[in-house]
Design a protein. Structure first.
Lengths: 366, 366
C-alpha cells in the first residue's frame, strides 16, 4: 500500500557482499570526534575521553516487528535506528554511533537495501550519529535488522532504573497511545487494500497516529532539556512496551511502589477519537500499547517547580512504599486498580466490574 | 547427528521474553572492572579509562552460516562468540564484553536456548569477557544470532589494516585450511547419516579438522605473545574468509602488493590428508577456505629476529610495491600466480595450465 514502486531491481548477487559493504561505506561520512575508525577494518574504534561508554542493541525480524506490506523500507530504517537511540537517551546519555547488521533474502534487490539504509542515514543525520560498522549477510527467509547503538556520558550524569526514592514524582514526556492506534489503522487499511487494491484510503484524520507508528523519534531533546532545567532524574526508562510495563520495571529495579493517575496520562485528541472508533479505552492504549518511545522518569519532589510549566513534560503520579504496590487511580471513579503489564483483558474486565458495581451501588442508593 | 537428544522440551511461550531475559541474567556474573552495568537497564555502561573502545558485530543465520543438523547448539554459541572476539584481537585489542541478540522460532524449546547460551558463557569464561546485554525476540523461521563484541586498547597499541610498508614481512599464526575440511567432513557424514541413521561414523581421523570447524578459538594468546615479544604489527586482520581474501584486504587498505609463498603456508598433516581424500589442493583450502580465525599480520623486517623461533608464527611472504600486485609463488614450480579471492576455479585451472605447460616444456627439452 505505502510501498514504493521499484523502478529498478538489481539482484543483490550482482554486487555481492563486498560490493554492498563498499556501497554503504561510500554513503557514510564520520562526523563525530569520538568516531576514530568506522567501516573498513575488523572493528570500529571510538574515543570517549573521561566519559563512560553506553551500549544498547535490538533485533527486528520481518513478520514479527514489521510488515513490509505497509511499512516503507525507508521508514523502517529510520525507526530501527531511532528505537535504539531511544535506549541510549533513557540512560540520560548522548547517542553518537551505531553498528548495523542486516540479513536479507534474495527477494530484496539492491535498491530496496539502499532505501533501508537511506532511512537509517536520515536518522543518523538528524541525531548526529555515525554509522561506524556492521555486517551484511544472507537470510533464507525474511529481513532481519540488528542495531547496536553507542553513546557516552559522564559517570555522574548517567541515570539507571534503580534510583527512585519514595515520594519522587513520576513524569512522562510527550503523549502516549498514538503508536498503538497508528498500527491498528495501518493493519486495517492494509486488509481493505488487499481486498480491493483500487481503494485509496484517506488517512489524513490519522496522520499523527500513523507518523508516531512509522516514524517515531528518540527524545534526545528531553535529555538536553533536563540538563538545561538542571534536573537530573533519579531513574529513567523509555516506553517501548507501554507505560504499565515500564512503571513496573522502575518499581522492580528501585524497590518502590507507584501511584499513576489515569486522568493525568497525556494523550493526543487523535488517540481519544481512535479509541472511540476502535471501541478501545484510550488509556489502555497508553498503558499497554507500547512503541511510544517517550521517556518515563522520576524526579525529587523539590524539582517540581523546575518542570511544571513545561509543555513536553507531564507529572502522572508518584513513587510510594514498595508494600503499596503499583496502582492506577482510574478516571472519574477515583478507585485504585493494580497496574499490570498483562495486557488488555484484566483492565478492561476490571473497568467493567467497577462500572457494574457503581451502577449497582447507585441503584441501591436510589 | 551430533545434536543432543533433548530430554525436556519446555515451550518458550511458557516463560515468555521477560522470563528468558531473567534466565539469562541469572546465569551471568560480571567479572571485568570495565563492566559497570550489565543486563537489566536500557543500556549497558562500560568504562575504559585512558583507552579507546573497540567494537565489532556479526550476524549468523540458520541455513546460511550453520546447519543445526550437525552443529550442536553449545558449539554454535561458543563459535558465535569466538568469531566476534577474533575481530577485536585483529585490532590488537583486548575483548572484554559482548552483547548477544537472538531471534528464535517456536520450534526451539527453552532447553535449546539454554544450551546455546551455555556455549556462549563457556567462551565468555575462557576469554574473560562479560555478557552485558542483548535482545531476545521471535523469528518466523530459523535461528538468527547477532553478537557485538567490545574491547579496549591504548590508542598507540591499536593496529589497523592500513599500516603495511613495503618489505614488511607477512606473518600468520597457527595453521590454515583445517576448518574448511572440517566442514566438508561434517557435511559428508551428515548426508551418510540422513541416508542411514544407524551408521555411526568414525570421525577420529578428522578430530583436528572437526574441532577447528566446530570450536575455533580467537588468537588472544597471539595478541599477548606479540606484546611479550615487543612486536607491534604494522597491520593486522583475522582470517575469516581465507588467506587470499585477507591478504587482498591488507593490500587494498595499505596500498602495497604482496608475495605469498605457497610452500610456507602452515598446514596440519590432517589438512594434507583431507586434501588427498577430497581431491582438493590443500593450499587452496588454506587460501580460500576461510573460518580459520588465525591472525594475519605484517611486521617490519628488523623484527624478524624476535618472532622467527616461535612455533605459533610463520612468515609466509612479504609486502612489495603496489604496482607488483598480489602474487602467490607456487610450490615446486616457483612460478608466480596472481592471488585472487575469486574462489577455487581460477587457481585450479591455472595450476593445471602450469602443469601442462611444464610438461610440454620438459618434453621439448628432452
Amino acid at each position: 500500500m505505502l510501498e514504493d514502486k521499484e523502478q529498478q531491481r538489481t539482484p543483490l548477487s550482482e554486487i555481492g557482499e563486498f560490493g554492498l559493504i563498499h556501497r554503504i561505506k561510500d554513503s557514510v561520512q564520520l562526523k563525530n570526534e569520538s568516531s576514530i575508525k568506522g567501516i573498513g577494518d575488523d572493528a570500529a574504534v571510538l574515543s570517549f575521553e573521561g566519559e563512560k561508554t553506553v551500549l544498547s542493541t535490538d533485533m527486528l525480524t520481518e513478520g514479527v516487528h514489521f510488515n513490509l506490506g505497509y511499512v516503507p523500507l525507508q521508514h523502517l530504517g529510520y525507526k530501527a535506528v531511532v528505537t535504539n537511540l531511544s535506549d541510549i537517551c533513557a540512560m540520560n546519555a548522548i547517542p553518537s554511533q551505531i553498528l548495523v547488521s542486516i540479513a536479507v533474502s534474495d527477494r530484496f534487490p539492491v535498491e530496496a537495501i539502499d532505501e533501508l539504509y537511506s532511512g537509517m542515514l536520515i536518522a543518523c543525520q538528524k541525531y548526529k550519529v555515525d554509522l561506524v560498522g556492521g555486517d551484511t549477510t544472507s537470510s533464507q527467509s525474511g529481513l532481519v535488522i540488528s542495531i547496536t547503538a553507542i553513546g557516552h556520558q559522564k559517570k555522574e550524569e548517567i541515570v539507571y532504573r534503580n534510583g527512585v526514592k519514595e515520594n519522587d514524582l513520576l513524569v512522562v514526556s510527550g503523549d502516549l497511545g498514538a503508536a498503538y492506534f497508528g498500527l491498528q489503522i495501518l493493519e486495517r487499511e492494509n486488509e481493505v487494500w488487499k481486498a480491493n487494491p483500487a481503494v485509496q484510503p484517506d488517512l489524513s484524520p490519522y496522520n499523527y497516529l500513523i507518523e508516531r507508528q512509522l516514524k517515531p523519534e528518540a527524545r534526545l531533546d528531553i535529555v538536553k532539556l533536563l540538563k538545561e532545567l538542571d534536573v537530573k532524574p533519579t531513574a529513567m526508562i523509555d516506553i517501548s512496551d507501554g507505560l504499565a510495563s515500564e512503571t513496573l520495571h522502575l518499581s522492580e529495579e528501585s524497590n518502590v511502589g507507584f501511584v499513576v493517575y489515569e486522568e493525568k496520562i497525556p494523550m493526543d485528541q487523535q488517540v481519544i477519537s481512535a479509541g472511540e472508533e476502535f471501541d478501545v479505552n484510550a488509556s489502555i492504549a497508553a498503558l499497554n500499547g507500547g512503541e511510544d518511545y517517550e521517556l518515563l522518569f522520576t524526579i525529587p519532589l523539590e524539582d517540581h517547580e523546575k518542570i511544571k510549566a513545561n509543555p513536553h513534560l507531564t507529572v502522572i503520579g508518584h513513587a510510594t512504599a514498595k508494600s503499596e504496590g503499583c496502582n492506577l487511580v482510574s478516571r472519574g471513579f477515583q478507585t485504585k486498580v493494580p497496574l499490570t503489564s498483562q495486557g488488555w483483558d484484566s483492565f478492561q474486565k476490571y473497568k467493567q466490574e467497577v462500572i457494574k458495581a457503581k451502577k449497582e451501588s447507585n441503584s441501591e442508593e436510589e
